[in-house]
Ligand binder design. Sequence first.
Ligand SMILES: *Cc1c(COP(=O)(O)O)cnc(C)c1O
Length: 372
Amino acid sequence: MATLPQRTWVEINTAHARHNLAQIRRAAGKRSIMAILKANAYGHGAVEMARVFSREGIDAFGVGDSGEALELREAGIEGPILIVGAVIEGEMPAVVERDIEVNLHTVEMAEALQKEAARQGKQVRVHLKIDTGMGRLGMQPFQAVPFLHRMHNLKNLELVGLCTHFSYPYEENPNFTLRQLERFNVAVDVARRLGFDNLTLHAASSLALFRRKESLFNMVRPGVALWGLLPGDEKGLAKKLKPVLAWKTRIVFLKDVPEGQPIGYNRTYYTPNPTRIATLPVGYNDGYRRALSNKSDVLINGKRCPVVGLVSMDYTTVDVSAVPNAKVGDVVTLIGKDGKQEIGAEDLAAQAGVSVYELLCGIGRRVVRVYC
Ligand SMILES: *Cc1c(COP(=O)(O)O)cnc(C)c1O
């Protein structure tokens, strides 16, 4: 069967991903690294990226839910996969069967998991998640301490780790993060006194890894830094990293319109002069957000061309008057470099009024991922 040529795609630069992992390794020293691949590896493709990092000898993978964990196993990814999020009872049979590691958040969850593991005659590797101030998942320290005392009753659960998550590791005033660390250290001490002394302790996501050396313990959990990005105000740190993802599309339609012509839904834009308009096959269904309407630029033949009119579900219109030789089929860069011009994922996210995480995760399923 003939295959379709790409209309809208992302290019994933795996060499850059390996470079970023090397930078992370430098910052992490001898500690082990759990690559966080939730949300389809922030839009980069979880299975493919797991293969890349497996070849680099990564220690473990972290995912958001059971479905993501099973997807990696089905694809033949071996080695530790930890579900950092919540596992519900109905998911436990498959999770236990495929040797997925689980973060424990409640006593009830631990008991249900113990029951399922016993039923299958298996040992499940578990990490106890301590809620030190994030307020989302995990046991409060006052619940974790008695739980640790009772842990030896749960014969089919092997406690291999203790972890927590910071609410905001990069603020100017680190007091809250330090409080979170203190609470975590209390739980760590209790576990040690109870004889759990080979535990993997992990707390640091990307920014804490580069910013809060006292939070690295013996494993780190970077996500966004693998993709060459760090949140907003951290451009300096991010310079060591290389962006992995570029987002491209093609002109599918071109027309010359006179002055005063409305463009797109709701007529939010009228051409001020005779204008050449290109239509691009990318819209908010692909994650090119409607908030970018009349705001962002795209790159064509090394030139910036503004988006004009509202971004619709499947299409976006741009003013290509700056590129007189533009033609149907020309490649258009939404994120990435073209000649001397560059549009960073963080720039586009800022224009859309969202975090770079949200922008990347939002790149739609029908956008083909090309690995190079
Ligand atoms: C998403 C996530 C991470 C990674 O965070 P980044 O800021 O992308 O590095 C680490 N740990 C947990 C529990 C997460 O949910």
